[in-house]
Design a protein around this ligand. Structure first.
Ligand code: GLN
Length: 544
């Protein structure tokens, strides 16, 4: 039977619980255990799909088409275990299910309440499909003390009694701030936060204390005494040099050893060679490249979390440091914009995914610059769509080319599709449907043309599967016109209807993809598109 590790957070948000969960799972995996990580989000949105990237960062899409919290991206990048629909639940989804059942009369007239109905639904979610696992890590979003997270903490409390003894652990992540005026680390916020948690009936077994200065032994003992845990179970967590150094650092502080002690499991030392190699590649690089990312949500880097990581992985694959310049596409739309001055220093240009018209003309200008100056170009999702609009306007003579996403147009080179095939059969949408859950989402196959640039990138493969999240498609009716302009459709959906990949054979590296390859890149398995894109940037760097 699987053991359950519940991870809560206290004192403040943004303590990196997701990274902590991912790192702990990686350490358990390094000892040969089978792991899965789940995220409970206390907010009332049914999923993060409709939330602004500014509010919530990127929406991470799974193979089975779930729109999930970005922490699931960390989980996948650190463990390689593909997340699925059942790994992220929100209060909104719990209530949606319960209210649907209530309307159907499934509760047979009973009064529907937080305890037991909401807590039961949360417990079922935690326990579902875990038979073949050794450890299930459940991260509770938010901070202990929030009104919204109460049903989740209550569900943990109940599970602690219902599961066999020694099958559960609670790790509480807290902050130990440093007050520079006093020159001291302060343990009081941690004490208060643990008191809050215990007042809800949950005594943590371990504390992970985020701190900017080393935690002296005296303070560690003090925290242990006041918080009712063993001193060895107080794990200091100093800021790491990079996120990929976190597993090694937590191991050095005893996190996984102490957890296994708690479970009374004797285990061999972990094989950490994978993480040592990753850190070595990240820290000991042999050069640098600069990539210009021309996008919209540049103020909040979490909005492009997976993209940022995938570029770093591409750097690791080539042992170079990747400097990312985030460029606001709207700047290129101003009358006095000097696009050349901004983009000339870039060794490669990437136009990422996005939604809405704002900044689109700037992105089209960036594509044009990359095409005309033969700078490596990578367009992802909206970026591919903009590469097609640019190609239509400037190489195929279709001056009015646009996307229907930006309003009515006579030349819909990119348009909405209302029907497509998925593994579940024919999917249909109406123009003007609800925004939530109405996109082409999740893994879809694509067929690559043999001998195309992109099939070489994928090591000669012609069948691939990648994750999608978009409502609009490049319009196949423009294929001939665009190909005459040099933009070749080198990847299509298996039925041959939906363009998946475009490329320019007369350009050193110009690829646009309708999917999001960044979602599947891992530090120990960089995505080939990113590995080869960075390689092209290295070549460019030597040219200029
Ligand atoms: N807005 C575009 C669409 O919905 C692209 C989406 C994206 O880049 N993820 O098709």
């Amino acid at each position: 039977m699987a053991r359950y590790i519940f991870i809560t957070g206290g004192v403040v948000s943004s303590l990196g619980k997701g990274l902590m969960a991912a790192s702990l799972a990686a350490l358990l995996q390094a000892r040969g255990y089978r792991v899965r990580i789940r995220k409970f989000d206390p907010y009332l949105n049914v999923d993060p799909g409709t939330m602004s990237p500014y509010q919530h960062g990127e929406v991470y899409v799974t193979d089975d088409g779930a729109e999930t919290d970005l922490d699931l991206g960390h989980y996948e990048r650190f463990t390689g275990v593909s997340a699925h629909q059942g790994d992220n639940i929100t209060s909104g989804r719990v209530y949606q299910d319960i209210i649907a059942k209530e309307r159907r009369g499934d509760y047979l007239g009973a009064t529907v309440q937080v305890i037991p109905h909401v807590t039961n639904a949360i417990k079922e979610f935690a326990l579902a499909d875990t038979d073949d696992l050794d450890f299930v890590l459940c991260e509770i979003g938010g901070t202990v003390g929030d009104i919204e997270s109460l049903p989740f903490i209550e569900a943990i409390r109940q599970l602690r009694n219902e599961l066999p003894r020694d099958q559960t652990a609670v790790i509480h992540v807290t902050l130990v701030p440093y007050i520079s005026a006093a020159g001291e680390l302060k343990t009081k916020p941690t004490q208060h936060s643990v008191r809050e948690l215990t007042s809800l009936g949950v005594q943590p077994d371990m504390l992970l204390c985020r701190c900017e200065h080393p935690l002296p032994d005296t303070e560690r003992k003090k925290i242990a005494r006041f918080c009712n845990v063993r001193p060895e179970a107080v794990i200091p967590a100093l800021d790491a040099s990079s996120i990929y150094a976190v597993p090694l650092q937590y191991h050095a502080e005893g996190l996984d050893d102490e957890l296994l002690n708690h479970f009374r499991i004797e285990s061999d030392e972990p094989d950490l060679s994978r993480w040592l190699d990753i850190v070595d590649r990240y820290e000991n690089h042999e050069g640098e490249v600069t990539i210009g990312v021309v996008g919209k949500y540049i103020e909040l880097l979490d909005a492009y979390k997976s993209l940022n990581e995938a570029l770093v992985h591409g750097g690791m694959a080539n042992r170079v440091k990747v400097n990312i310049r985030w460029i606001d596409a709207e700047l290129f739309e101003q009358d006095d914009a000097d696009i050349t001055a901004q983009l000339e220093p870039m060794h490669a240009i990437l136009v990422p995914g996005g939604f809405g018209e704002r900044g689109s003309e700037g992105k089209i200008s960036a594509v044009r610059f990359a095409r005309e100056h033969k700078v490596p170009f990578f367009g992802i999702c909206l970026g591919m769509q903009m590469a097609c609009v640019e190609g239509a306007r400037n190489t195929a003579g279709i001056a009015d080319a646009s996307s229907t996403e930006f309003g009515p147009t006579n030349e819909p080179v990119v348009g909405i599709i209302t029907e497509w095939m998925s593994e579940e059969g024919l999917q249909k949408r109406k123009v003007g449907d609800d925004l939530g859950g109405t996109m082409r989402l999740g893994a879809y196959d694509a067929k690559l043309s043999a001998n195309s640039h992109v099939s070489r990138v994928y090591d000669g493969k012609t069948d691939i599967s990648e994750r999608h999240r978009h409502r609009y498609e490049v319009n196949g009716e423009y294929r001939d016109a665009l190909e005459k302009g040099g933009l070749v459709f080198s990847g299509m959906s298996p039925d041959g209807l939906l363009p998946e990949i475009v490329e320019r054979p007369d350009h050193p590296w110009f690829i646009g993809v309708q999917f999001h390859p960044e979602l599947k890149s891992k530090p120990f398995d960089p995505h080939p598109l990113f590995a080869r894109f960075i390689e092209a940037a290295i070549k460019q760097a030597r040219l200029v």
